[in-house]
Design a protein around this ligand. Structure first.
Ligand code: 3NM
Ligand code: MG
Length: 518
């Protein structure tokens, strides 16, 4: 029987995490809470202390039927007779460890790249610890931060190796209750999934290790609410045809007008008024609330959330995170609008914090913003990119597709041509009008519109956002073509009218407007 890796506890020996408490008591509580395997990791104690503590821990784990592994120190594992060891890339090699410990021992190896993982699988490791997922103060000298997508790339690569189904996998680094479900979801590759997660501070550093372990265990076993909420049919075709658009988009617009879902906007002061008006005109019921404390109540109302990073402050970020978690917990769609991402260090940090803190159904931005989110801005762009708007359509499609695939969500890059992808299907929309670029908040209100559509159509989220884009942009074209519209000022009221008229005609089952899709 292979070990159960579901909730893997790695111990710590440092003061900030232990806070003077007894490690054996913490391990006992953690096992009572649901921990399935334990690694004793202690980089500071002398050998005699290591052996003494390991013996004490082994008594506890053995009584609970949970394996105990020793980090690095084969001698300690041998002396105490524990079930195995965990070795890093700079420690003893697997073959030697196996020779010393025998065929029954559990030997785990840390891997942070596909190459390291392949070598460990071929070398006979029983399981891999994949990471570092997120930067963590618990281990400061980590080699590389690979994120959930890095874990997925490794899983996908080793799934092609013979016998890899017998190799367990856990991920490690910054995993906690707020991100564990998103990490499991986003790291999933079709051929191989994680068998569990490894944590240090989320349990050892918790005030109540038992409760913390119980909570984590429940979250791991329960499918994440947002994954349950999104049912992407496996029959989705690879191409979005005009026929498909005409067959589906009017129905989605009608559903929005009928259901008037709540559209919760956490947005900047500049666009609150127009975002609320656009939400009303497309058929949603807007609420403009930047207070994270009321998000759990709002999330229960079945609507969607837009997080617009327009005015980023530390307080705003923590409100955003609270709301993101509330919507993730119930599976409500969340749109991320990383306004000005990449422009300042504050904003780059904001993007990182939010993307590590929860799951977004849609990430939308202009070319510079999407580049920043995709992580190809700054130094790397110099010499390749002289400023905004330099990517060819093909390059845009590739970037958007790869971002969507990496994050397992939808990505939308707006511009004169808008590119939307779910990682498999990528579609470009040519509708819209230049006046949208001359008024404030048009990008933000597209996020609002997309959220409203996502709230009513979870069967195929790409189609929902495509419907939102068409409603939004065809209305802009119709407004700009009106006689009375002579510039951005007269455009805004006409555009609100046209958004409203498309909603009204969709309610009556009219499909004509969709034929203007380009
Ligand atoms: N190994 P926490 S990260 C022990 O990447 C360890 O190999 C890592 O601690 C690796 O759960 C890490 O508190 C520390 O973030 C994980
Ligand atoms: Mg080591």
């Amino acid at each position: 029987m292979p070990p159960n890796y579901t909730l893997y506890l790695v111990t710590d020996s440092t003061a900030p995490i232990l806070k003077g408490r007894d490690l054996a008591k913490i391990v006992k509580d953690a096992i009572d809470g649901g921990v399935t395997i334990v690694q004793y990791r202690d980089k500071t104690s002398d050998t005699a202390d290591l052996i003494r503590t390991a013996k004490e821990l082994h008594k506890i784990t053995k009584a609970a039927g949970v394996p105990l592994l020793i980090n690095d120190r084969i001698d300690v594992a041998l002396a105490v007779g524990t079930e195995g060891v965990h070795i890093g890339q700079d420690d003893i090699d697997i073959a030697t460890a196996r020779k010393i410990l025998g065929p029954e021992a559990i030997i785990g190896v840390t891997a942070s790249s596909e190459e390291e993982a392949i070598a460990a699988v071929k070398g006979g490791a029983n399981y891999l610890g994949l990471g570092t997922v997120f930067a963590t103060p618990t281990k400061e000298n980590t080699k590389s931060i690979i994120g959930a997508s890095g874990v997925r790339d490794i899983l996908s690569r080793i799934s092609q190796l013979p016998n890899s189904e017998h190799v367990g996998t856990v991920c490690i680094g910054g995993i906690n209750a707020a991100n564990v479900q998103r990490v499991l979801y986003q790291s999933h590759s079709p051929d191989k999934s994680l068998d569990g997660v490894a944590v240090v501070s989320a349990i050892v550093g918790a005030d109540e290790p038992r409760t913390a372990a119980q909570h984590l265990y429940d979250l791991i076993l329960r499918a994440p609410a947002f994954a349950r909420a999104i049912h992407q049919p496996s029959s989705l075709t690879a191409t979005i045809t005009t026929d498909l658009i005409i067959a589906q988009v009017p129905k989605i617009a009608k559903a929005l007008a009928e259901k008037t879902p709540l559209c919760h906007n956490m947005t900047n002061l500049v666009v609150q008024n127009i975002a609320a008006n656009v939400a009303l005109c497309v058929g949603a019921s807007p609420i403009m609330s930047n207070n994270g404390l009321e998000a759990p109540d709002l999330a229960k109302l079945g609507g969607a959330l837009v997080i617009n990073m327009g005015t980023v402050t530390p307080e705003g970020l923590s409100n955003n995170l609270q709301a993101l978690r509330a919507y993730n917990a119930v599976g409500g769609p969340v749109v991320f609008d990383p306004v000005g991402a990449g422009a300042t260090q504050q904003r780059r940090n904001g993007v990182k914090t939010l993307m590590a803190g929860g799951y977004f159904d849609l990430i939308k931005g202009n070319e510079m913003e999407i580049k920043a989110v995709a992580g190809v801005s700054g130094e790397q762009m110099r010499g390749v990119d002289s400023g905004p708007g330099t990517l060819s359509l093909e390059e845009k499609c590739a970037m958007v597709r790869s971002l969507a695939g990496r994050e397992r969500c939808l990505a939308l890059m707006t511009g004169s041509v808008d590119v939307l992808s779910d990682g498999r299907r990528t579609v470009a929309v040519m509708n819209g009008h230049g006046f949208l670029g001359s008024i404030t908040g048009s990008g933000c209100t597209l996020g609002t519109t997309a959220a409203a559509y996502l709230a009513v159509h979870k069967e195929d989220t790409l189609m929902a956002v495509l419907a939102a884009m068409l409603h939004f942009e065809i209305a802009a074209e119709r407004a700009a073509a009106r006689d009375e519209v002579r510039g951005p000022g007269t455009f805004v009221p006409a555009w609100l009218d046209e958004l409203h008229l498309i909603k009204q005609s969709s309610l009556k089952g009219d499909e004509e407007w969709v034929r203007e899709a380009k």
